[in-house]
Design a protein around this ligand. Structure first.
Ligand code: AGP
Length: 381
């Protein structure tokens, strides 16, 4: 007989109850400022990140890394897609991202000194676990699990670990797990930039922006009532398009997944520059077009993409920065968000899209926390 150690994980009793909220999803959306603060606790100094939290072996080997491969499923994969922009831009490392269900069944070519990152809320997703096990035979420098469950299979089997501290997520639609994954990934990008001696101003700007995130997200949560009003636009709609550019393209993809999953409205996300290559033909007064328009280097490009939609009578709902002038007009609704530092902007712009899907689902009268045909943790293939 083998004696296995018993591990106990404590969570506050209130994390299993809805409390004042109508649904777990809404509660979890509102828990994001605290979940982000918990995830960051003890991970950064004044102007640098504390790479020691990754463990001695990881800390010493970070500087050897030359490539990153990321595998994950669903929402967790969208977090990886955002991170690709950050890692290539800020740390200068080539990064590829793939859904775990595809990755596990193909022959991958692994360049020297590549880190495999597996992202999962539960740490028990069958495809992500299988991808990690497969990767361990492929000659990676190491594997890193980014996960919300400390004792999960993924965390136990990966070489290194970076835990998100979102607390238990009960709603099937992932919300606080996603934003804390993004926080962990921006922290990791900063750690990589730091060991690679990239611009110290960029590193300290990331640290400051991460510290300020809980307060910013709190501010955006106050838009709830306006977003509730917008949700009625979707009452009789069967389809929607979501647009974004740069790292906000995967945020549009995540917004689409949330909407499909809990309101059963069919939606597609496009990198806004792709619109004229086909999907523009779908645009008419019955097609709401949601776009994410932060004040970044791609804003002017996005604006001209939105004009193309407006000119075809599309109903535009745009989440934009309060400091930016956008053309008002018939069929165009703007919701203004506070100005944010570019790197954390994908995290902040996620929140209104979560609230939008939540309120659309309420309008549609669906079972928000337990959408049809879905399970919280997909432990079988
Ligand atoms: C998200 O809202 C979904 N429920 C789903 O895509 C989920 O993110 C996916 O199944 C992966 O789960 P994991 O993060 O626990 O691995």
């Amino acid at each position: 007989m083998v004696d296995y150690p018993v591990l106990r994980y404590e969570h506050a009793a209130h994390s299993q109850e809805k409390g004042e909220y109508r649904h777990f999803m809404l509660k979890e959306i509102h828990e994001q400022p605290a979940a982000i603060a918990n995830t960051l606790e003890g991970t950064q100094g004044e102007d640098h990140v504390l790479t020691a939290i990754l463990g001695l072996e990881a800390e010493t080997r970070l500087k050897d890394l030359q490539n990153i491969h990321i595998v994950a499923c669903g929402t967790s994969c969208h977090a990886g897609l955002v991170a690709r922009y950050w890692i290539e831009d800020q740390a200068g490392l080539p990064c590829q991202v793939e859904v775990a269900s595809e990755y596990r069944y193909r022959q991958v070519a692994v360049p020297a000194n590549t880190l495999l990152i597996a992202i999962s809320q539960s740490g028990e997703t069958a495809d992500t676990l299988a991808a990690l096990r497969y990767a361990k035979q492929q000659g990676y420098l190491a594997s890193l699990a980014i996960c919300n469950v400390a004792g999960s299979s993924l965390v136990r089997e990966a070489d290194w670990r970076l835990l998100t501290k979102a607390g238990p997520e009960i709603g099937v639609a992932s919300t606080k797990a996603f934003t804390t994954q993004l926080v962990a990934l921006l922290w990791l990008t900063t750690a990589l930039a730091q060991v690679k001696d990239r611009a110290p101003e960029m590193i300290s700007a990331n640290v400051r922006a991460l510290k300020g995130l809980p307060r910013l997200v709190e501010k955006v949560l106050h838009l709830d009532q306006h977003i509730e009003e917008l949700a009625t636009t979707f009452a009789n709609k069967h389809h929607a398009l979501f647009l974004g550019r740069g790292p906000h393209y995967p945020i549009a993809m995540e917004g689409v997944l949330k909407l499909k999953e809990i309101s059963y409205i069919h939606a597609e996300a496009y990198a806004a520059g792709e619109l004229k290559h086909g999907p523009l033909a779908l645009v008419d007064e019955n097609m709401p077009v949601v776009s994410v328009a932060p004040s970044d280097s791609l804003l002017e490009k996005l604006k001209s993409n939105l004009q193309e939609v407006g000119a075809r009578g599309g109903q535009l709902i745009t989440f934009a920065c309060e400091r930016v002038d956008m053309d008002e007009g018939e069929g165009i609704t703007y919701l203004k968000l506070p100005w944010v530092y570019e790197a954390v902007s994908p995290i902040v712009y996620t929140v209104p899209l979560q609230l939008l899907s939540y309120h659309v689902a309420l309008v549609k009268g669906t079972d928000v926390d337990k959408p049809r045909n879905l399970a919280k943790s997909v432990t079988v293939e």
